[in-house]
Design a protein around this ligand. Structure first.
Ligand code: 3HC
Length: 286
């Protein structure tokens, strides 16, 4: 199957910028779209900073960084995605926003065989697929944060996704150097279905006063060799994203373990979103 040479990425937040970075470093021409001029600039900055950090840490040579930068272009107009062979949508974890973006992409991308992949963490893929005119070419492609580090991609075919789309997406993930697991189209897929109840249990432990965040995190880091404890991980994921994922899972299964605890909701309402806002269960330098 032919490799992807013209990729689109919509959304340049934590996930979208990571996906665009990995693709550009793999030699793929990447066009990144954000909603507004300001959002484009913030996304561009995030991406370039990450590549610069790679050079500072001796992960990348200056030449590799410059070659990756040369592969990137930015836009705030989805019609600039017209010539793309494959587009990954990585906008906010909100059903209406994702549906609108995918519908617009469906119209903008000229090749009817081009694939639209959604990086949703929890919204049923089939709901997004049938909102477009190309349900056979729409698939879930779920990356993990930080995208340049985490090796996994979950591939989630909807009932409507064709086998060819699955194979081409598998090939694209390999092009990015990622390992793939196939996951069912049920909220949370494989990884979040296991991870989210654990993270929410840690929030409930804090909420009930049973244990302090540092003790919970150190417990799991030192006792179970997790690279970061559950509250530090929530701060990395973003408390707003974690709440949105938990809500989708709760909506689907009505399972109390998936219900976002009140403390999580209050922290999101207060703007304590984790690393990205400088404060979550822990505090961070700007
Ligand atoms: N880009 C490139 N490399 C990065 C990076 C980035 N954004 N962030 C970290 N790294 C690299 C560093 O260069 C370093 O590499 P080295 O060991 O070869 O020198 C390595 O990763 C470790 O980084 P640091 O020393 O800065 O920091 P830590 O040792 O604390 O590691 C971490 C940071 C990689 C985030 C690690 O703690 C980790 O893997 N945590 C768990 C993350 C996780 O579970 N992610 C999944 C979240 S769930 C999800 O995304 C699904 C969603 O739907 C909710």
């Amino acid at each position: 199957m032919d490799p992807v040479t013209r990729l689109g990425v919509v959304g340049c937040g934590l996930m979208g910028s990571g996906i665009a970075e990995v693709a550009a470093l793999s030699g793929i021409d990447v066009r990144v779209a954000e909603a507004t001029h300001d959002a484009v600039e913030t996304g561009r900055r995030r991406l370039i900073d990450s590549l610069d950090r790679g050079v500072r840490r001796d992960k990348l040579s200056a030449q590799q960084r410059d070659q990756a930068v040369a592969k990137l272009s930015f836009t705030h107009d989805l019609s600039d995605m017209a010539d793309r062979q494959f587009v990954v949508e990585a906008v906010a974890e909100n059903r209406d926003i994702k549906t609108d973006v995918l519908r617009a992409l469906d119209k903008a991308v000229e090749d009817p065989a081009a694939i639209l992949a959604t990086n949703t963490s929890s919204i049923p893929i089939v709901d997004l697929a049938v909102a477009t005119e190309r349900p056979a070419q729409l698939i879930g492609m779920h990356f993990f944060n930080p995208v340049p580090v985490q090796q996994l991609v979950e591939l989630i075919p909807a009932l409507t996704t064709s086998q060819e789309t699955v194979q081409r997406t598998r090939g694209f993930a390999r092009q990015l150097g990622k390992q793939v697991i196939q996951a069912p189209d049920r909220s949370g897929f494989v990884v979040n279905a296991l991870l989210v109840p654990y993270l929410l249990s840690a929030v409930r432990m804090v909420e009930s006063g049973a244990a302090r965040p540092d003790d919970i995190d150190h417990g799991m880091e030192l006792g179970c060799a997790h690279p970061m404890g559950p509250l530090r991980l929530l701060d990395l994921i973003g408390l707003d994203t974690a709440q949105a994922v938990a809500e989708s899972m709760y909506e689907e299964f009505k399972e109390p373990l998936y219900a976002p605890p009140a403390l999580l909701r209050r922290m999101v309402a207060a703007g304590h979103l984790g690393r990205k806002s400088g404060r979550g269960f822990h505090t961070y330098d700007a």
